[in-house]
Design a binder for this molecule. Structure first.
Ligand SMILES: [Zn+2]
Ligand SMILES: [Zn+2]
Ligand SMILES: [Zn+2]
Length: 549
């Protein structure tokens, strides 16, 4: 596109990807590229305006951007739009519609081979023409409902009939709670009132928290702004943070994230080959039940799952971070090999495991580890789905895991040859493996069913100190990953059978076989770093659910 002097946008699904593509481009142009720029959410409004202007007057020809440029911003006439990776049909057409308004335009879809949904649409492109996904919005969660109720009470007061009429069946409980907390009060005329202006606490999406300014220590200028929630992960003290300006990637080091001043102080780093990766831990705490528990039968006689839909808290702690070194190293690209994606010494040409020719790939090597004391902590309130299994099902899972282990040992005579995707079967508790994998497989189906991304959901597996009643001690949670929820977990609860069926279909059709891969199993945001997964055991559990009599 650059060679043809065309003007356009490149849409990617994350800021990291945008920055990565930009730094690769500038690297291939000798470290500097003037006709390409970046556009993403944490740029300040002047910076955004300037970058759009530069595109309009052709100082810039191509903007690499995230979904923040999707709607609502006026753009000049464009020749093309490149869509790197699929996010939803809705945004596919929104993004694509940015070009070819007056004269013909070109839309190029470049699927990500590691993404299962991209794979799905790449192999069945006619499905891109199907109707856009269902929108799921759930305004009935207690904390959202209570804030809107308070606004209405502040505006003109409400009588009890109006409360039920406008806020639905669940509003009685919320009203009682707000009265108890003295947030609402009855007037003499039997109306509910709220004093003050509660509207400022209402947001449609995203966490209500402080904004952190990223400051260049040399010039004291504000580079960018971001929410505290993102800063904890991307711009903590010691973090490497990438920006782009004037055609170059700038590699910054955060000297200090000052939470009193809401500022992060950044300094340009001398070397460009360092990266950091935060070490994240979760703790889940259910607060109140949103629905009565439901029992899911399986093909195992008396073997059941119990699903409980809660409102609850998820505490995210950034415990520290790893310092990584970028290296080009010979790497085995055979997915079925135990050396897959493990960088080798620079003089090696053949994989010691499978004999395939090694390929030069960009890898990271951990060079140091740092710990925060205390950890950086953020709490979100979200709808949670808790998944439990009873003892009968737990026993069946354990037996199945034994069977899988035997089969693996039969295939790979030498234990050293067992691919790393299969090795957790030998080191993890079977119910943990099964539930963790089940959650991942279910999460993968979300973008096929609803207008939602698989990143809208997270999951977490934990062990209680002991079994409770007939329920096994290992339990799993699936929850919305944005504060106050986005309705995706509830959509999954309501469409459970369909999700199970689709999850089986996706996993069965993935060409990685029994291994599990980023398309069908692993998730970038997994709080357990994708440890403790088994595609075989997860699929077996899905089959038992799907085949219940
Ligand atoms: Zn190999
Ligand atoms: Zn796969
Ligand atoms: Zn996980």
């Amino acid at each position: 596109m650059l060679n043809f002097d065309l003007k356009g946008l490149v849409f990617v699904n994350s800021r990291q990807t945008a920055k990565h593509i930009f730094s690769l481009l500038s690297y291939h142009h000798g470290g500097y590229i003037s006709s390409v720029d970046l556009f993403y959410g944490s740029l300040r409004s002047e910076q955004r305006k300037e970058r759009i202007e530069q595109l309009s007057n052709c100082e810039t020809k191509i903007l690499i951007t995230t979904n923040c440029l999707e709607a609502g911003i006026d753009l000049p006439e464009l020749d093309f739009v490149v869509l790197r990776g699929f996010s939803s049909l809705n945004s596919f057409w929104q993004r694509g519609g940015r070009c070819g308004r007056k004269s013909p335009g070109l839309i190029i879809f470049i699927p990500d081979s590691n993404n299962h949904i991209d794979y799905y649409y790449a192999t069945q492109p006619q499905r891109l023409l199907s109707p856009v996904e269902k929108v799921k919005i759930q305004p009935n969660y207690p904390s959202i409902l209570s804030r809107h109720l308070l606004c209405a009470a502040a505006e003109g007061g409400l009588n009890s009939d109006e409360v039920t009429q406008y806020f639905g069946d669940k509003s009685d409980l919320v009203t009682a709670e707000l009265l108890k907390q003295k947030q609402l009060s009855w007037s003499l005329g039997k109306r509910l009132w709220k004093r003050g202006y509660p509207h400022k606490y209402v947001s449609l999406r995203g966490i209500q928290d402080e904004t952190i300014s990223l400051i260049d220590v040399k010039t004291s200028k504000i580079l960018e702004e971001m929410s505290l929630y993102i800063a904890h992960k991307e711009c903590h003290t010691g973090a490497i943070y990438l920006t782009a300006s004037e055609g170059k990637t700038n590699v910054w080091r955060c000297k200090e994230l000052d939470l009193k001043q809401n500022k992060a102080f950044l300094e340009l780093e001398n070397s460009s080959d360092k990266r950091t990766k935060p070490d994240v831990q979760l703790a889940v705490e259910p607060l109140s039940k949103l629905e009565d528990p439901s029992i899911v039968k399986t093909a195992i006689p008396n073997g059941n799952l119990r699903l409980i839909f809660y409102w609850g808290k998820v505490k995210r702690q950034v415990m520290g971070f790893k310092e990584l070194q970028l290296v080009y190293a010979p790497t085995c690209i055979n997915r079925n090999c135990s050396h897959y994606q493990i960088p080798k010494a620079s003089q090696m040409t053949k994989c010691p495991g499978c004999g395939w020719t090694l390929k030069q790939r960009l890898n990271t090597q951990e060079i140091a580890k740092f710990e925060f004391k205390p950890p950086l902590e953020t709490t979100i309130e979200v709808p949670l789905l808790r998944i439990e299994v009873n003892e009968t099902l737990a026993t069946a899972i354990t037996n199945k895991a034994q069977e899988i282990k035997k089969a693996i040992l039969k295939t790979y005579h030498n234990p050293d040859d067992i691919p790393h995707q299969l090795s957790p079967t030998f080191s993890y508790e079977p119910v943990h493996l099964a539930l963790h994998s089940l959650c991942h497989l279910l999460t993968k189906t979300v973008p096929l069913l609803f207008l939602a991304s698989h990143q809208d959901l997270s999951s977490y597996t934990e062990q209680r100190p002991a079994n409770i009643g007939t329920s096994h001690r290992t339990i799993a949670y699936i929850f919305d990953s944005v504060h106050e929820g986005c309705g995706t977990t509830e959509a999954l609860v309501n469409d459970w059978d369909n999700c199970v069926e689709k999850a089986l279909e996706l996993a069965t059709n993935c060409d990685c076989g029994d291994m599990g891969c980023p398309r069908c199993l692993t998730e970038i945001g997994c709080p357990e770093s994708n440890d403790g997964l088994s595609k075989l055991l997860g699929m077996w559990l899905l089959e038992q659910i799907a085949n219940s009599p």
